[in-house]
Design a protein. Sequence first.
Length: 202
Amino acid sequence: MMTANDMHDPKGYMIATVCPLLISPAISFLVFRQAEKLRLTLETLNRVMQELEVTNAKLFEKSSRDSMTGLLNREAFFNHMEKVRGQQAGSLLIIDADHFKKINDMHGHYNGDGALMAIAQCIAKCVGNDKSIARIGGEEFAVYLATDDETRVKSTAETIRAEVTQLEFQTPENERVPLSVSIGGIVGVSKGAMADHFQIAD
C-alpha cells in the first residue's frame, strides 16, 4: 500500500512489517481458542440433545405403559391397534381375570395386584410380543394378534387360558391362590369401528 501511494518512509516500512508480525500470533491464538471453545460447545450441545432425545423416548414409553404390569395402557393399545390393523390382518382377544373381586376380598389388594402381574406375565409369555398386549381395565387385558386365521386365534386363546390355570401363585403366607381367565375374541378387525370390535370380543 505504501509503495502504491509512493510512500517510501523506512519507519513506515518497518512498522508495516513488524506490527503484523507482533499482532498476528496473539490474534491467531485468540481465533483458535475461540474456535476450540465453539467446537467444544457444539459437542456439548449435541450430547445434551442426544440425551434429551433418549429421555423423551423413555418418558414416552413410560407414559404408554401400565404402571403395575408394564403392558401397554388402554390408550396406547388403541393407538397401536388403529395403526397396524390397516396394514395387516388381525384379530382381537379380550381376557378377564376370573373371580378377581373374590381374590381381593379374601387375600387383600396386595395379593390381587400380584395375581394380575402373574397373569400379565403369563399372557406375554404365550403371545411373545408385549407391544400387542395391554391392560385395558382393572382385571381386563387385550391382545392384538397379527392373523385372521380363526384356528390360530382359538389356539392362542386356549394356550393362554390353559397356562394361566397352571400358574403357581401363592400369597406371602404360602397360601395357593388358583387363577383362571375367561377369553372372548373376534377374528378380522382390519375394518369397522374399533368400539364395535371390542364390544363383540367382550
